[in-house]
Ligand binder design. Structure first.
Ligand SMILES: [Zn+2]
Length: 88
């Protein structure tokens, strides 16, 4: 016997996304089997036992721009990036 159920219409799906501040492309940190995460930020604030506050300065950057634009500038200041490997 076939029973008809209530017709369910999917709710509109809305997702947030970030774009790279350098190239304006949508940042896709995970796609298929690839991980491409990059970040540039600085958080400053105060912290007391009863609470605190902070402000974070953030530049949204894709991994390609991080490699091609950010690293050369920072290494041009005489700083070398260290690399950490992770197996999981
Ligand atoms: Zn970019």
């Amino acid at each position: 016997m076939k029973h008809d159920g209530e017709l369910v219409t999917p709710e509109p799906y809305r997702s947030t996304f970030r774009t790279c501040d350098f190239c304006s492309k949508v940042i896709k940190e995970r796609e298929d089997y690839e991980i491409k995460e990059a970040s540039i930020s600085c958080r400053r604030g105060t912290r007391y036992p009863e609470g605190g506050s902070s402000v974070t300065k953030i530049v949204d950057v894709c991994a390609d721009c991080f490699d091609e634009k950010v690293i050369p500038v920072i290494e041009g200041l005489g700083v070398k990036f260290r690399e950490e490997e992770h197996d999981f």
